[in-house]
Write a protein that binds this ligand. Structure first.
Ligand SMILES: Nc1ncnc2c1ncn2[C@@H]1O[C@H](COP(=O)(O)OP(=O)(O)OP(=O)(O)O)[C@@H](O)[C@H]1O
Ligand SMILES: [Mg+2]
Length: 221
């Protein structure tokens, strides 16, 4: 379970000071697929970054499983990310010089796992998303939907308990986007992970078990 208690994020405190998240409290059950919607600038990406330990909160508390994120130092936060979180971005963020397979293996390589143990796992995931014939292609040899499927494999390869997706279908046409969302939903059920997804698209949001609306850094009720 994920629990946020009175979380506030202020960028540049004392300077230009933007209150991106204001005193927000929220619980997300394990295994839930939660969609976050809200206008541009309402704090969606910030919230996702706080939950994924990509950024530090200004005040408040975040509990994820048995960890208290607000108490971890930078090294512990980065370990938490590497072990528990998979990120999926709108622009895929694949490394252009690596093949699909190499991109998928990267998180495990960075975690010090041996190549021989990683490759079968990465190959199995690529097969699951029907990309086994594309594993030696580089990103510029793949379609948008294919690149996002590779990115999903990369996000899942270390068996994260939490998948965070920031507009994962934002650069895809609606049919391909629908396929990606269905895939995400299937993988979430298979791997029993929690998914938190930011989206502007009402139809995409409905793939979630629950939709949260943000406005000015607060939950809209
Ligand atoms: N690094 C930063 N430094 C200062 N202000 C920031 C920073 N990142 C975001 N902000 C501000 O925080 C607020 C929330 O930004 P955030 O990126 O979370 O919005 P969002 O809901 O994801 O918007 P969008 O839908 O456009 O992606 C915005 O007003 C933004 O200008
Ligand atoms: Mg955003």
């Amino acid at each position: 379970m994920i629990e946020l208690k009175n979380v506030t994020k202020i960028y540049d405190p004392g300077g230009k000071e933007v209150r991106a998240i204001q005193n927000l409290s929220l619980q997300i059950q394990s295994g839930q697929f939660v969609s976050i919607m809200g206008p541009s600038g309402s704090g969606k990406s910030t919230l996702l970054h706080l939950i994924g330990a990509l950024d530090r909160l200004t005040s408040g508390e975040i509990f994820i499983q048995n960890q208290e994120l607000h108490k971890l130092n930078d090294n512990e936060l980065s370990l938490f990310r590497r072990r528990h979180v998979g990120f999926i971005f709108q622009s895929f963020n694949l490394l252009p010089t690596l093949t699909a397979l190499e991109n998928v293996t990267l998180p495990l390589l960075l975690d010090g796992k041996s190549l021989s143990s990683i490759i079968p796992k990465a190959e199995a995931l690529l097969e699951k998303v029907r990309l086994n014939t594309r594993k030696n292609h580089r990103p510029d040899e793949l379609s948008g939907g294919e690149m996002q499927r590779v990115a999903i494999c990369r996000a899942l390869v270390h068996d994260p308990t939490l998948i965070l997706a920031d507009e994962p279908t934002g650069n895809l046409d609606s049919k391909t986007g629908g396929e990606i969302l269905q895939l995400l939903q299937t993988l979430q059920k298979d791997q029993r992970c929690t998914v938190v997804m930011v989206t502007h698209d009402e139809r995409a949001a409905r793939y979630g078990d629950r939709i949260i609306q943000l406005r000015d850094g607060q939950l809209e009720v």
